[in-house]
Design a binder for this molecule. Structure first.
Ligand code: PGA
Length: 250
């Protein structure tokens, strides 16, 4: 049975003090049953935030990236081994911002996914189309290809460690949310790809999150859709009151 998941993606926001204040509020939230809360925290805060959530069984911490190599002469980079050594075992990969600004390709992402899985990580893998792609009617194929190109070499057993996040680029940070119907339509399409490539059980067991301007006002409607298993939340995850309300929207 798949889980409901609320991921907060802080991106490059919050001072250390603000981060501590936010997490001290979030660990008090009464998280619904069958629900995980995951906070995507900047590298320098990971160890401290991980310690802060240690008493909250449904709250865990994720890195927002990792390097594709295990170690070596890669100045400024962070490996999965380093993350595991401070107790971090979840990573967000394939976010559209990294695809765009860091030029992360499907091949590189496949490599990162393999490295993370080999290190025992859970991977939150993002996909999603631009407005131009949607307007050209290519969005279903585009998103299916993103998943196929980076993830379809994986064995079925590896999918226990994968969470997908559909994040239409036109909805990220814009205040424009995909309608629950638009999101549901894409989530069902993604699940169908998994069923066709692997099997229906694997498709049913994979959590697929929606991301892009999720707010307290729209979370419940989105999460109530059959194939939407939660949210990857940027802006609204920076405010304790807003993110708490989103967590309670399942
Ligand atoms: P947003 O970001 O909620 O601020 O739109 C979502 C994301 O990029 O993960």
């Amino acid at each position: 049975m798949r889980k409901n998941i609320a991921v907060g993606n802080w991106k490059m926001n919050l001072s250390f003090d603000d981060a501590k204040a936010l997490v001290s509020e979030l660990v008090k939230v009464d998280v619904p049953d069958n629900t995980d809360v995951i906070l995507g925290v900047p590298y320098p805060y990971l160890a401290q935030m991980n310690e802060m959530v240690s008493g909250a069984s449904k709250v865990s911490i994720a890195a927002q990236n990792c390097h594709e190599k295990e170690k070596g002469a890669y100045t400024g980079e962070v490996s999965t081994g380093m993350l595991s050594s401070i107790g971090i075992n979840t990573v967000i990969l394939g976010h559209s911002e990294r695809r765009e600004y860091q030029k992360e390709s499907a091949e590189l992402l496949a490599e990162k996914v393999n490295t993370a899985l080999a290190a025992g990580f859970r991977v939150i893998f993002c996909c999603g189309e631009s407005l131009t792609t949607r307007e050209s009617g290519q969005h279903f194929d585009y998103v299916a290809d993103q998943i196929k190109d980076s993830l379809f070499d994986l064995d079925a057993s590896a999918w226990k460690q994968i969470v997908l996040a559909y994040e239409p680029i036109w909805a990220i940070g814009t205040g424009v949310t995909a309608s629950p119907e638009q999101a549901q339509e894409m989530h069902a399409h993604i699940r169908k790809q998994l069923a066709e490539k692997y099997n229906q059980d694997l498709a049913n067991d994979t959590s697929i999150l929606y991301g892009g301007s999720v707010k307290p006002a729209n979370a419940e409607q989105l999460f109530s859709k059959e194939d939407i298993d939660g949210g990857l939340v940027g802006g609204a995850s920076l405010k304790a009151a807003d993110f708490s309300q989103i967590i309670k929207s399942f």
